[in-house]
Design a protein around this ligand. Structure first.
Ligand code: PLP
Length: 436
């Protein structure tokens, strides 16, 4: 390693600490990792120290770092036309919307593009309110929907509370058998009781006032809570019974993460609006959007949709979507996520659960897994934050980047991950947990 490379790491760190104001943090104690480059599931700093990226950064990097098809698509579009107003027709935008709707269920033909996931939810809520003429939005306590006006108030976790300026949001409990709110001891019971609870909330809030139920198809940051069979279909039935729209948030779970294109595929449910971001282009350029069903879209055939963004359908973002989705289809990247989940991640995490008392539960699918850590298996007491900090440090020392949330390790590598990389990361997790 040359002194210039070390100097670049130092300069990067110093500039960051001097001038960058970071998300969701008290600024003084921050100690950000310097990263300079990457390829596939690996990232490195300027000095060449490598890390295996099992966080997919913000769980968005489905095709891995620097996929050549995506970077080439962005470069080609940048050479041709780097930006253009949303009111124009642009080929990359049309191609991206066509690719996305082709993956959606029957009856979805339009995409409204946003800058990311939060404003996708924001606009889906706006559409639902205008379409139904109703106001309230129901979402779960265990959820994250983004950090803008309505999206952060739809969020269930602590991030909502300092931001509660939007009105009309009501929360309820979704299914989570390991920490059941319903005293359930089987997935069937959890499903039935969670649906009954939701219907009672709908009735008590006044069905005539409820525009939408907004759900992550698989709640992600809240714990990778794969819904029990029948839950999403049951929510659809309740929504239909009361004329309420169903918005499924696929921002984290969509585009391959679960081993399916959409997480709700296979759950026998068709929503009215689908929100997306992250995996659609692996975040190479910021983008998100709402996939709009024909019935909601037709509300705005003659009536103005009162929403828009300077960068809606930005050509660089749209070119990266086309590049990413075409590469994912051509290279079987979604199929890889499904197979690796089944053949490599599940067995490795099951073995951890077998051998290490600290592991309370492992759950997930595809490349979307949580290891829930407890100090007492019977009482299911979450491990303290200090333990999680030691885990993070221990894994970084072993060259593994991981996504930690509360008392959980989220094992969320890119969809292109190999069995050998899973073995390396899960061995490191085993070593760190055993050392505790
Ligand atoms: N919805 C879900 C399920 C998310 O996980 C996130 C971000 O993590 C968002 C929405 C917000 O997306 P963004 O950060 O792009 O605004």
């Amino acid at each position: 390693m040359t002194s210039t490379q070390v100097d670049l790491d130092r300069r990067t760190y110093d500039l960051d600490r001097a001038h960058v104001f970071h998300s969701w943090s008290a600024q003084a104690a921050l100690d950000p990792l310097v990263l300079a480059g990457g390829r596939g599931c690996t990232v490195w700093d300027h000095a060449g120290r490598e890390y295996l990226d099992f966080s997919s950064q913000m769980v968005n990097l489905n095709v891995g770092h620097q996929h050549p098809a995506v970077t080439a698509a962005i470069a080609a579009q940048a050479a041709q036309l780097s930006t253009i107003a949303p009111s124009t027709a642009n080929l990359a935008r049309g191609e991206a919307a066509q690719r996305i709707t082709a993956l959606a269920p029957e009856g979805f033909h339009k995409v409204f593009f946003t800058n990311g996931g939060a404003d996708a939810n924001e606009n889906a809520i706006r559409m639902a309110r205008l379409h139904t003429g109703r106001d309230k939005v129901l979402s779960t306590y265990r959820s994250y929907h983004g950090n803008t006006g309505a999206a952060v108030v739809a969020t269930g976790d602590w991030r909502r509370m300092p931001n509660e300026y939007a009105r009309g949001h009501v929360h309820f409990f979704g299914p989570y058998l390991y920490r059941s709110e319903f005293w359930a001891d089987s997935p069937e019971q959890e499903c039935e009781r969670a649906l009954r609870h939701l219907e009672r909330v709908v009735q008590c809030e006044g069905p005539q006032q409820i525009a939408a139920i907004l759900l992550e198809s698989v709640p992600g940051t809240a714990g990778i809570l794969v819904p029990p069979p029948g839950y999403l279909a049951g929510v659809r039935e309740i929504a239909d019974r009361y004329g309420i729209l169903l918005i499924l948030d696929e921002v984290m779970s969509g585009f391959g993460r679960t081993g399916r294109w959409f997480a709700f595929d296979g759950h026998d449910v068709v929503p009215d609006l689908i929100t997306f971001a992250k995996g659609v282009n692996s975040g190479y350029v910021p983008v998100g959007g709402v996939i709009v069903s024909d019935s909601v879209a037709s509300t705005f055939d003659e009536r103005v949709f009162p929403g828009g963004l300077t960068y809606s359908g930005h050509p660089l973002a749209c070119a990266s979507i086309v590049g990413a989705l075409d590469a994912m289809a051509a290279e079987g990247i979604v199929e890889n996520a499904e197979r690796i989940g089944r053949e490599a991640i599940r067995p490795a995490l099951d073995a951890l659960a077998q051998d290490i008392p600290l592991v309370g539960e492992v759950r997930g699918e595809g490349v979307f897994w949580a290891i829930e850590l407890v100090t007492d298996r019977a009482a299911r007491t979450p491990v303290p934050a200090a333990t999680m900090a030691r885990i993070k440090t221990g894994l970084a020392e072993r060259g593994v980047l991981i996504f930690l949330a509360e008392n959980r390790i989220h094992v969320v590598p890119p969809c292109v991950v190999t069995a050998a990389e899973v073995a390396t990361a899960t061995t490191a997790i085993r070593e760190v947990l055993t050392a505790l």
